[in-house]
Design a protein around this ligand. Structure first.
Ligand code: ZN
Length: 441
């Protein structure tokens, strides 16, 4: 049980208001962690025994939702060890040893905590070392651990030599092997499934490899059937028109990163007969791709091949966002935390990038990261809105985020399922932040 409290006389960020602001509102939160009343202060009574927080001159919005998270690293440049071919197997065997498993658990917990304290009250992992995120979600859902609302994928599903393998993947090379790997993940209690449909920027060996199709349509379709039978959504890492088309045809529910769209891709997003709900969504991750092309290689430490592939990925992704927006395709928000320069506390920067490079207005970017992501992840009845009956997942900011993205840097309060975290503090990497500040300009 939480204490009942109210945030009084606050400005609520709302797409329903003309300038995006509902002024002078009261929001009342009940002991069960849900919002019990929202309205203009003169019409919204705050019960007598309820703790009052003064929201005058401040800005309240739904907690952020990050649909593309990894918990295995803090986001400093990935060491060559993890990305280079020579040591991949050695790193993988250390990661999966008993001590590696303990370290992954510990790291996942710390990184999940950072996400929460930075205002991310809901997130989905899409590629874990083992089942450390699944275990964490179970602890949180049972109320044994304070944390964000989660979906957890466990290891992603990839082909031999494919993206993410062998460190964070189960490997399969036929529809039946991939079906089995999906079943193994489901047996371990995952709440999301992730596929590597194409190669990726971080582990590509040649220019052009990042978008090269890896898993066959038949293999992906087998995975989708198993996942959908279990009621789970399937996310696919896909960075080229061919890779995206194959993944959508197989029934994938969310395309991670994305590409420029042709008519077939647009049609498949809007009406995808093999997906769980009949439509698929795009989760761009500009936060992962842009630093590799905008920040000097001396600083990021990545190879020429990574930079060349990142350029291709950025161009595809940016065009994909514009095409999705022009065609009314559902656009969510993810950052790909744990990748080079994608920290666990900078989710809000993706909104700034969607605004600057993706053409979304500030309120559209906030919509993607809250209400739309809630719908995409299946939480549309639970979170993503400040409305009566919704979970009290909220963020109180000192300045208007519609005017300055930097207001997200230091939230005054993070509220998760009605639990109030006062003056939330995270450990920052000032060198990374400095570079990202410059990139956003
Ligand atoms: Zn990722």
């Amino acid at each position: 049980m939480n204490d009942s409290f109210a945030i009084c006389n606050v400005n609520i960020i709302s797409e329903d208001a003309q300038d995006g602001l509902l002024r002078g509102y009261n929001v009342v939160v009940g002991t069960n962690g849900t919002i019990t009343a929202v309205g203009p202060k003169q019409h919204t009574v705050v019960p007598q025994n309820c703790h009052r927080l003064d929201g005058s001159g401040k800005y309240l919005l739904p907690g952020l939702i990050n649909a593309h998270v990894h918990l295995f690293s803090e986001g400093k440049p990935l060491p060559e060890l993890l990305t280079g071919p020579t040591f991949q197997r050695a790193v993988s065997s250390v990661l999966h040893s008993p001590i590696g498993t303990l370290l992954s658990k510990h790291r996942a917990k710390l990184n999940a905590r950072t996400l929460l304290l930075s205002g991310v009250t809901t997130f989905r992992t899409v590629g874990d070392v083992g089942y450390e995120a699944v275990a964490l979600q179970q602890q949180i859902d049972k109320g044994k651990e304070l944390g964000s609302r989660m979906l957890a994928s466990g290891p992603l599903l990839a082909i031999t030599g494919g993206h993410g393998s062998p460190q964070i993947a189960l490997i399969g090379d036929s529809p039946s092997q991939n079906r089995k790997n999906a079943r193994i993940n489901i047996m371990h209690g995952v709440t999301a499934i992730k596929i590597a449909a194409t190669g990726g920027v971080t582990d590509a060996r040649r220019i052009g490899d990042a978008g090269r199709p890896q898993m066959s349509e038949e293999e992906m379709a087998a995975i989708c059937v198993e996942a959908h039978h279990a009621g789970l959504l399937v996310a696919a890492h896909a960075q080229s028109p061919l890779g995206v088309t194959m993944a959508l045809r197989a029934g994938v529910d969310t395309i991670e990163h994305g590409c420029a769209m042709n008519d077939e891709i647009v049609d498949l997003f809007q009406n995808n007969p093999l997906s769980l709900r009949g439509w698929s969504a795009l989760i761009p991750t500009l936060s992962a791709a842009l630093p590799l092309v905008k920040i000097s290689q001396d600083i990021t430490g990545v190879s020429d091949i990574v930079v060349a592939n990142a350029h291709i990925a950025v161009d595809e992704m940016v065009q994909g966002i514009h095409d999705a927006r022009a065609n009314g395709i559902s656009i969510g928000m993810g950052t790909d935390t744990a990748m080079t320069f994608v920290t666990q506390y900078n989710t809000w920067r993706e909104l700034a990038l969607l605004n600057r490079f993706g053409g979304l207005s500030p309120i559209e970017a906030i919509h993607a990261a809250t209400q739309e992501n809630a719908k995409i992840l299946g939480f549309e009845q639970v979170t993503g809105k400040i409305e009566k009956g919704f979970s009290a997942d909220m963020l109180l900011l000192e300045d208007n985020p519609l005017q300055s993205w930097n207001s997200f840097k230091h939230p005054e309060l993070v509220i998760a399922r009605g639990k109030v975290l006062m003056n939330p503090h995270v450990t920052r990497f000032s060198d990374i932040d400095q570079q990202l500040d410059n990139m956003q300009q």
